[in-house]
Design a protein around this ligand. Sequence first.
Ligand code: ZN
Length: 320
Amino acid sequence: MSTAINTVTGTITPDELGRTLMHEHVYVEYGGAFNDTRDLGPRRNDIMAICADSVDQIKAYDVRTVVDPTPTDLGRRAPLMADLAAKTGLNIICCTGLYSVGTYLQVREQVGGPEAVADIFIQELTEGIGQTGVKAGIIKVVTGAPAISDAERELLQVSAKASVASGAPIITHTEGILGQEQQDILHAAGVPLHNIIVGHSCISTNFNYHMHMIRAGSYLGFDRFGMEGGMPDEVRVHSLIKLLEAGCAERMMVSHDSVWYWVGGPSLGSGGYQNWKPTNFFERIIPMLQYGGVTDEQIETMLVDNPRRFFTGEEPEAIS
Ligand SMILES: [Zn+2]
């Protein structure tokens, strides 16, 4: 259990988290491992300005902290995040871990096995990412569909080892399925279930799937508000209200999975991505929730209390 939380500019206490968006990306670029200090060239100033604009917008809604679960092979740039945090005063919590099993297998071969990969994760959480001096504060894990592959399972176990050794919690990527299997594998490797957020759970509309993971003890990420390509926000809101009515406010984490600067990807709020921006929860979703009977207190529980409890490592009350 830790009371000092690593942000990209140093440690903060759980009380300093404030309103927290649990899953947003500052910068995304697909590619191999060890990208943090790769030069961004003359684009860097533009990238900073675009990302600072997103920060200004969420600060207007009193967001104090953003968790950025971009592993190195999704383009993590620790120095860029540190500069952005220093410039704007936003707390940014970055991650260790790997996004693709392809990268994992390459890195595993390069460094000499799963144990050595776990050691890299632990080093990034406790000593820093390469020579950047930036420490990660959370571990990202990923599974695809339709089943968890052997390599994905091994990477989950490696990540669990780093979590147990460092005390850092875990945030997952799912395709809206297999969250229970993630819980089983991570828990069997020693991770307490309340140290896990099963991400992208809002892709599923299956109430029983959601309740199973909550009863087991984890948090659910309803973290794609505004990503309306596959599902309108109204459907996510409906699923969320159902869980809140079932007494699950203390297990829900909300966010957008927005990407503030995506090399080769869409810009925020452009074209078909009109509502995909880090203010969408405040501008459109809160009014919908309120119309559905959700209270201000429940909204603050999701934005403030849950992130604080999660990073403190405190076990939430059981939900039956
Ligand atoms: Zn994401």
